[in-house]
Design a protein around this ligand. Sequence first.
Ligand SMILES: *Cc1c(COP(=O)(O)O)cnc(C)c1O
Length: 333
Amino acid sequence: MEPPTLADVLDAQRLLAHHLPPTPTWNYPALDAAAGATVFVKHENAQPTGAFKVRGGITLLSRLDPAERQHGVVGYSTGNHAQSLAYAARLFGVPCTIVMPERPNPAKADAVRRLGAELVEFGATFDDAAPHARALAAERGMRLVSAADEPDIVAGVATAYAELFAQQPHLDAVVVPVGSGSGAAAACLVAAALAPECEVIAVQAAASPAAHDSWRHGELVRRPNRTAVEGLATGSGFALPQRVLRERLADFVLVDDEQIAAAQRRLLLDAHTLAEGAGAAALAAVLADPDRFAGRRVAVVCTGGNASEAELRRCLHVAPPAAERPWEVAAAQ
Ligand SMILES: *Cc1c(COP(=O)(O)O)cnc(C)c1O
């Protein structure tokens, strides 16, 4: 399986122009002040499904052959790959079955059903849902669609980075949250061609470090998968994206769920942006390492906005940093 080329990405861009408008990239002074850097937010939360993955779903579904279209597709996902496939399947009239771990984010599960896909709940995590999806696909003669080991998905997702580098050509770094690694691999491929001076930095949740550890070890590894942050919750590395990341990624960092919740809150307050946890992880990585990013021009990809109500309540109850509470500091003196 070969990674897509820049020509494949441009081809996907031509296709997606018929289906999705470009998403904006905005700078917010309040966020710059919090980060000590010039921060650009790439708003993939503004996609119709609330996450960047729809770029990959539409690209892959558009390229199925007639037999595959007729038999349909199966995907497994904690939610956003599911919505992407369901959205694209409805667009092209393709049957779609989704396997989600049990007790999924209700916002994501409802969205998948409303898009007309069949939803099967199975297993405790993403990694339990995967073999069940594989078995279902084999039994029904449907095409199993991996979250990342799919060149068409990576090519579709890469259009976000073609847009980003056209919107902000002079970036020092772009920070991309990782679950399977399709987004980070896509960023690497496009940066190599369009912005070779821009570092691509990946971030995963410390409680689910499989992609991070796979990159550090140079081989695919399995790891405990305990983060509550859905988009980042994978238990093993994916071959295609890891291959690209090994060649081109500048660095891979980890943040904990608490730091992610604090960054979600920052996006709400400083950028009037509703991000799900995964959509705030890139900002969390910037806030976690102020020395590294001080004074630099850095893009954070807000990959998605599909937060459940419980998740939103949680992030608003994260204690604000002391600097935000001068009245308490004054009282203590
Ligand atoms: C899937 C997802 C990610 C991780 O992307 P990968 O391409 O799987 O690494 C990040 N954020 C959100 C919102 C997602 O849905």
